[in-house]
Design a protein around this ligand. Structure first.
Ligand SMILES: [Zn+2]
Ligand SMILES: [Zn+2]
Length: 311
């Protein structure tokens, strides 16, 4: 039997960068200490009294909710935020998110995209060719918009999201390799505050994805294990994530060093903040007359109306 390097209990997982075998308890401790350190170092909760936690029901966001609740639940008021995107194959995912809020007694807001905004991501996927935009990019706009809107309406000081180290790496490489340096410059663990713009924090941003998964399993958390039906096959994202896991195996800890380097580089080239105005349709902040959410939504609704009139 392989023993935990700290306590001699039966080992549960091998973490090279932590020096070898760890039992359940010490794996959980390693992950939680890591998150605590990230939160402290990047001052994520300074002045935060009400914190939103965006939970999709996947392993990262479910682990995030439980970690935040355990570490800060007594000091910070939490509000769960879940967007039901109207994807038939993922219905279970949003139910699991709600189950987790209930288990912890965390109040939450569940936003049903179809009911509140008149369209679903299933419909967007069907229309994606005519919208001339990948489904995932529209989904990204939708989630960011709704999460910020809820956070603003609820008077939250910040919203935590479940982005992990591999997500950070993927974003950095994807933007850099296609020359989108202005986008790369937005890489950060704490997004800026602005009028009606609530900062987003990423407490798991320096924790490896596989370690979060081990954490979730070690704590028997309930999370949704499937993937989105609209995830493109063979795309660059997958290749980059695969590279991340290979790097982490070959040189434990190096992935984190890379991402820290990217974060510093992004900080240095961050452009001066652009002046925001308020969207003429919905009043939320934007750089344009009409925000990207409202303009996509108008396009989607008009295509849907067109479809209905043909029928
Ligand atoms: Zn141990
Ligand atoms: Zn708008």
């Amino acid at each position: 039997m392989v023993k935990c390097k700290y306590c001699g209990e039966q080992a549960y997982v091998w973490v090279s960068r932590a020096g070898g075998p760890l039992c359940r308890k010490h794996l959980i401790q390693l992950v939680e200490k890591g998150v605590e350190k990230t939160v402290r170092k990047f001052r994520m909760l300074e002045g935060v009294k009400k914190l939103g936690v965006a939970v999709s029901g996947g392993k990262d966001s479910v682990a995030l909710l439980h970690i935040i609740h355990r570490l800060y639940g007594d000091r910070v008021r939490l509000l769960g935020i879940t967007v039901d995107l109207g994807i038939e194959g993922l219905r279970k995912q949003f139910e699991i998110a709600v189950d987790n809020y209930r288990e912890l007694g965390v109040p939450y807001r569940l936003v049903d995209l179809g009911v509140e905004y008149g369209f679903t991501m299933d419909q967007v996927a069907r229309l994606s060719r005519r919208l001339r935009r990948p489904v995932c990019s529209i989904c990204g706009v939708v989630k960011r918009y709704i999460i910020n809107k809820v956070a603003y309406e609820e008077g939250l000081d910040a919203v935590a999201t479940g982005h992990n180290l591999d997500d950070m790496w993927e974003f950095a490489l994807r933007t850099l390799s296609s020359g989108r340096i202005e986008e790369f410059a937005r890489l950060s663990l704490v997004s800026p505050r602005g009028p009606r713009m609530i900062p987003r924090i990423k407490p798991l941003g320096l924790t490896e994805e596989w370690l979060i998964e081990e954490y979730a399993k070690a704590r028997d958390l309930r999370f949704f294990d499937g993937s989105c039906p609209y995830k493109p096959r063979n795309d660059l994202r997958e290749a980059l994530r695969y590279a991340a896991s290979t790097i982490d195996e070959a040189a434990p800890g190096y992935l984190k060093i890379c991402v820290k380097g990217f974060l510093e580089a992004a900080e240095r080239i961050r452009p001066p903040e652009v002046k925001l105005r308020f969207c003429e349709r919905c009043g939320m902040p934007t750089t344009r007359r009409i925000c990207s959410f409202c303009s996509i939504r108008e396009k989607i609704l008009s295509l849907l109306a067109e479809e209905n009139s043909i029928k």
